[in-house]
Design a protein around this ligand. Structure first.
Ligand code: SF4
Length: 346
């Protein structure tokens, strides 16, 4: 890897000072706020996170409140954000902070990194932004920017590359501007050296030192290793209603969407007669099959190809929990893979 250009940190910090987005989690350096925003922003766009962030903090304004929140309410606050292990880990970490740190957010990189759900990037971001520690935070944005600046062909999906970039950035983390440098790199990756489409080199503070800009090679970087093909699964989902209530059940506490609510479903695609027979055998006394729809949901490693049957029933079989509208609004959070059927026009 080539050395980073001189004054890279200074250029970034000056550019950041000259103007950046005002984001809710940049209003203060409260570690709970920065931590929550970083976890929400993993896999989720800034615009989508803003509303969730405000709702979450207005209901759970302190780490203690997060630690004490009932699980179904917590899932409800996260409903639609996906990757639910993030919110379970937030609560586990909140309990660790209450039990082992007396309720005060830890201030060393090692202690922050040891919290459930906190990786190198998040620990680096929290410690540099909130505590001015020399802890570079290397995520996809930073990898993209630096691989272009240096025309570095090392695969950014590789842990060794991340470690090498972190070490290369370390000397740039000068006292007094550490948090700013982390945020400037994030901002540049989000607004200028963007992930999709052409980077805006003409307004980039690094344009004079960036090799990809000098040679017009930005499309070649970052280099990623080929991803494994996703596994595909077929499913039949049941939208069973009775007296205005919807049949739901809890998933197992392990594997994909562990412990979350779901609509009843079985492996494979059933035809209409088989679907009605399923409802009959479950003790729901199906009265009317309203319609069926086909939908696809893509997870990180798996694709679900689903057929959903909408069936009005006469019996509330004890095999399921029958959730009223009111209950669904407060403490039955369905993951997107199932919620899309609830949002369907019937
Ligand atoms: S000059 Fe262009 S390619 Fe280089 S870092 Fe800036 S936006 Fe990215």
């Amino acid at each position: 890897m080539r050395p980073l250009p001189e004054k890279l940190g200074e250029k970034l910090c000056m550019w950041y000072d000259a103007g950046h987005r005002e984001l809710p989690w940049r209003q203060d350096k409260e570690p709970y706020h920065v931590w929550l925003s970083e976890i929400m922003l993993q896999q989720t766009r800034v615009e989508a996170v803003k509303g969730y962030y405000a709702r979450f903090l207005s209901e759970l304004p302190t780490i203690k409140a997060l630690s004490d929140c009932p699980p179904d309410r917590l899932t409800k606050l996260w409903e639609g954000l996906g990757y639910y292990s993030r919110v379970w880990n937030l609560q586990k970490a909140a309990k660790v902070i209450m039990d082992e740190h007396g309720g005060a957010f830890p201030e060393t990189y090692e202690a922050v990194r040891a919290l459930p759900g906190v990786g190198d990037y998040t620990a680096g971001a929290i410690c540099s932004i909130c505590f001015e520690r020399p802890t570079p935070a290397v995520d996809g944005n930073v990898l993209r920017v630096l691989s272009r600046v240096m025309e570095d062909g090392a695969p950014v999906t590789n842990q060794k590359t991340k470690t090498a970039y972190r070490e290369a950035l370390l000397p740039l983390y000068e006292a007094g501007s550490r948090g700013k440098l982390t945020q400037a790199l994030m901002e540049l990756g989000a607004m200028v050296c963007v992930p999709n489409g052409a980077p805006k080199c003409e307004i980039c503070p690094l344009r004079d030192v960036c090799l990809a800009n000098a040679h017009g090679t930005w499309e070649k970087y970052p280099v990623k290793e080929a991803k494994k093909a996703k596994r595909e699964e077929e499913k039949t989902v049941f939208y069973l209603t009775c007296d205005g209530c919807l049949a739901v059940r809890k998933r197992e506490n392990k594997g994909l969407l562990a412990g979350l609510w779901e609509l009843p479903n079985v492996e494979g695609k059933l035809d209409a007669a088989q679907a009605l027979s399923f409802a009959e055998k479950a003790g729901c006394e199906p009265a009317e099959l309203l319609k069926s729809v086909e939908r696809v949901h893509v997870f990180t490693h798996i694709i679900w190809r689903m057929r959903c049957y909408y069936i009005v029933c006469k019996e509330k079989s004890p095999e399921f929990v029958w959730a009223s509208d009111a209950r669904r609004k407060t403490d039955v959070a369905l993951p997107t893979a199932f919620r899309m059927f609830v949002e369907e026009e019937i």
